[in-house]
Design a protein around this ligand. Structure first.
Ligand code: PMV
Length: 386
């Protein structure tokens, strides 16, 4: 590893680092909180905006309570985000009243999931039982765009809950404590959501080359990242916006007893090590090799599960071939990654945007559902909106 800096890559975000590199592990008991005084009358409103993220080293397979079987690395997006708002007041009746709205409308299906989640994490926020809550959440991207919203929505909610704790109990004053708890709480809602709490490249899962890394929460990658990778662009090619046939939850479960499970863990470690070095050295060849290998390995694991399944569409394959040919022809830094679905994330440098936009327009759009392409890029992380 090269020298560590005090902040981390901000992709032009102009943020001071809000996270000091922790060298000691934090265990779940550090995240416990307390009740508030019953005589204290409370009311207020808190809102956070938090982005979706795209993994370059994929988390696939878990155990226990959302613990990853391998470490993963991602960056947060800019335009794909969730805004969540909590209105709170001292409870009026014996039982607290918690309601959830999606885009301003009551949504009983989402509400029951959110209420179950609040119950599951109540040990970390005991004061929730003393408050009436109205939670309202909305996404910047259409529900049908094929972009997973669990990372942005669970991280936005976790950040709101931590701000609530800071306002009522005052125990999360230090940014380090605040964001680490938010990441931990987001993870309990959806594993990959824990990485959305930070900006820049973010690692979740124990990895021996990063002493501060943890299975319990994500940490920002705190070494200097080469400028080539600090303003990375992501054009998301929407091949299909239909709901996928096999959920990530079911996919993770199929890694239990998977014949390639051990090999996958070894592969992810080697890829992580290569990618961390490439990010610092500006090694685009290695970046492309690792990132595409991770994407294809994720889908190969699905295809070799029992029962097997595939989330890729015929048009996904055509797009992947075209990207490879375009890279060979132009020799520019451009590659793809895939989430657990058929849509393609086309990654490249800001300096090549004009050329890549033409390529997308002329050669790839035709293979997208309704010619849909979502222009995104590395973002500046979550922000408090009120
Ligand atoms: O966080 P989950 O349980 O939705 O799983 C996400 C898994 C992948 O998106 C495929 C990979 C990742 O690391 O984000």
């Amino acid at each position: 590893m090269q020298s560590r800096k005090t902040g981390h890559t901000d992709g032009g975000c102009n943020k001071n680092s809000y996270f000091c590199t922790k060298l000691t592990a934090v265990s779940p008991k550090h995240f416990l909180s307390s009740l508030i005084s019953e005589t204290q009358k409370m009311s207020g409103r808190i809102g956070w905006q938090s982005p979706s993220n795209i993994a370059l080293i994929k988390y696939w397979g878990k155990y226990g309570q959302q613990m990853p079987t391998n470490a993963s690395l991602s960056f947060g997006l800019s335009n794909a985000f969730t805004q969540t708002e909590i209105e709170y007041s001292s409870k009026e009746n014996e039982n607290a009243n918690h309601r959830f709205f999606f885009e301003g409308k009551e949504n009983k299906n989402f509400e029951s999931k959110v209420l179950k989640y609040l119950e599951d994490i109540s040990i970390y926020f005991p004061f929730l039982k003393q408050l009436d809550l109205k939670i309202d959440s909305r996404n910047s991207f259409p529900h049908s765009a094929g972009i997973a919203s669990s990372a942005s929505s669970m991280s936005a909610l976790a950040l709101c809950l931590c701000s609530l704790e800071q306002e009522l109990v005052g125990s999360l004053q230090e940014p380090d404590a605040f964001y680490t708890k938010a990441s931990f709480i987001a993870r309990l809602g959806s594993g990959s959501a824990c990485r959305s709490v930070f900006h820049g490249y973010t690692v979740w899962g124990d990895f021996n080359e990063l002493i501060e890394s943890s299975n319990e929460y994500a940490v920002p990658f705190s070494y200097e990242v080469h400028p080539l990778f600090s303003q990375i662009q992501d054009s998301i090619l929407i091949v299909s916006s239909e709901e996928k046939l096999v959920s990530s939850r079911a996919g993770h479960a199929l890694m239990d007893g998977h014949p390639f499970a051990e090999a996958r863990i070894a592969q992810s470690k080697q890829n992580m090590s290569w990618l961390l070095a490439a990010l610092q050295q500006g090694d685009t060849d290695r970046f492309v090799e690792v990132v595409e290998n991770e994407a294809m390995s994720l889908h190969a694991l699905m295809m070799s599960s029992k029962p097997w399944y595939s989330l890729l569409h015929a048009n996904t394959w055509i797009i992947l071939e075209k990207i490879r040919n375009f890279r060979e022809k132009t020799e520019i830094f451009v590659c793809f990654t895939l989430d657990a679905g058929p849509n393609v994330h086309l990654l490249y440098s800001l300096e090549d945007k004009i050329l890549v936009d033409q390529f997308v327009e002329n050669e790839l759009k035709a293979y997208c559902d309704n010619q849909q392409v979502i222009e995104d890029k590395m973002g500046c992380g979550p922000k408090r909106i009120f």
